[in-house]
Design a protein around this ligand. Structure first.
Ligand code: PLP
Length: 401
């Protein structure tokens, strides 16, 4: 059981209910500030954040480099319209293109906006060549966002029910089912949208065989592949984007990043091959806030940190976390499977409810998230240290025992 709510928590809850559309399931916590990988509450609790603002707070809280870069940029300007060249945008773009291996970029402000843009770019790629291809494919368990194009690709009923009609000509296929892929792809297929590691779906990794089949079919039918690396990008898996773990890492024509790339500021990036970008012309796409200078300044820090050792550290700490989890699996017998790569891990439980375990962990001042089919999802800040992991492991072991 979560401890009794304090008077001010109750007050804050009521105030929130008076003002907000009731779409968020908020935790009974009043956060005052954060430091490193810890959040502090007004009533003095110190919480280890294994959720990282849903994969956003990659540099943790109160990071001096991020704060410094933001302050410096604010002194110059906070916003310029995209009618102007912006040095901060260009510096950020060069770094993210280098890390991802793509040719061109369009900057936006969120994940779903990146997916929407990608759908437009797919359409334009074919229409500009008078090629009739309109079919879009995504996979069961996928989460691509909540605006109309993205929601047409997002598959869970709980996000879709009541919001129909969606984009026509969209198929939702089984993740990692190469046969079904083969049966459903044809010359009308314009694009396949794929999370190489599904987050919301329960931390599922695309199998090598599945990705190989996708490449084979792409070569045969000439559709595009859009990699959704919104959650599994920004160095979270020990590579900049998760598709870099595959031998066919150049398979995607477009890749969308968001969440962690702005260290907590709203920033999204649609990365693409030149043959996509050359099909769009002045005025055919745009945004007011996309590529905001302050967000890009924070993004430059993230890119530089990843380049200069943070990505390797993610591999090390991720391996450590996974190996410690494997030990708990053996000792408790309560874990069915540990999935994921680097610091994007899912713990599928058996014989106990993931939400109850998450509640028990919250009582012990550990923040985790529950997703998919009874899965505890871990997305801590990338700067987490082994000693923080030890604390998490010991509390998880206690709550499962
Ligand atoms: N795609 C994936 C894989 C995500 O995890 C999310 C958000 O959780 C989105 C798309 C949507 O991003 P946003 O919430 O920034 O619109």
């Amino acid at each position: 059981m979560i401890k009794e709510k304090t008077e001010s928590e109750i007050k804050e809850k009521t105030e929130e209910e008076k003002c907000f559309m009731p779409v968020y399931n908020r935790l009974p916590l009043e956060i005052s500030h954060g430091e490193g990988v810890y959040l502090f509450t007004k009533d003095g609790r110190k919480l280890l954040d294994m959720f990282g603002g849903l994969a956003v707070n990659v540099m943790g809280y109160d990071n001096k480099k991020v704060n410094g870069a933001i302050a410096e940029q604010c002194k110059k300007y906070i916003h310029l319209s995209n009618n102007y060249y912006q040095e901060t945008q260009i510096q950020f773009a060069k770094l993210i293109l280098e890390l991802s291996g793509f040719d061109k970029i369009f900057l936006c402000s969120s994940g779903t906006e990146g997916i929407e843009g990608s759908i437009k770019f797919v359409r334009k790629y074919f229409s500009s060549q008078n090629i009739q291809k309109t079919g879009l494919i995504s996979f069961k368990g996928a989460f691509h966002g909540r605006t109309y194009g993205s929601l047409s690709l997002t598959t869970k009923d709980k996000y879709r029910n009541g919001f129909e009609p969606f984009l026509p000509d969209v198929k939702h296929l089984e993740y990692n089912n190469a046969d079904q892929l083969e049966q459903n792809i044809d010359k009308n297929t314009a694009a396949v949208f794929l999370e190489f590691i599904q987050g919301e779906g329960g931390v599922n990794t695309a199998s090598k065989e599945f990705v190989d089949k996708l490449e084979e079919l792409k070569n045969k039918f000439g559709f595009l592949i859009v990699a959704d690396c919104i959650q599994c990008g920004a160095g979270r898996t020990g590579k900049f984007i998760s598709l870099q773990h595959y031998s066919n890492k150049d398979i995607a024509d477009i890749c969308v990043c968001a969440k962690g790339i702005g260290a907590g500021l709203p920033l999204g990036a649609i990365l693409m091959k030149e043959r996509i970008s050359e099909k769009l012309h002045k005025g055919e796409h745009g945004t007011t806030f996309g590529g905001n200078a302050v967000a890009c300044a924070a993004g430059i820090v993230v890119m530089n940190e990843l380049k200069n050792g943070l990505m390797n550290k993610v591999t090390e700490t991720g391996n450590y976390l996974k190996s410690e989890l494997e030990k708990i699996k053996l000792v408790t017998g309560k874990i069915k499977e540990i999935r994921g790569i680097g610091l994007m891990l899912g713990i599928q439980l058996i014989d106990c409810d993931a939400q109850k375990t998450a509640d028990a962990l919250l009582e012990k001042n550990i923040l985790v998230n529950v997703t998919g089919d009874n899965v505890i999802r871990l997305l801590p800040p990338l700067i987490i240290e082994n000693e923080d992991i030890d604390l998490f492991i010991s509390e998880l072991k206690n709550s499962l025992s």
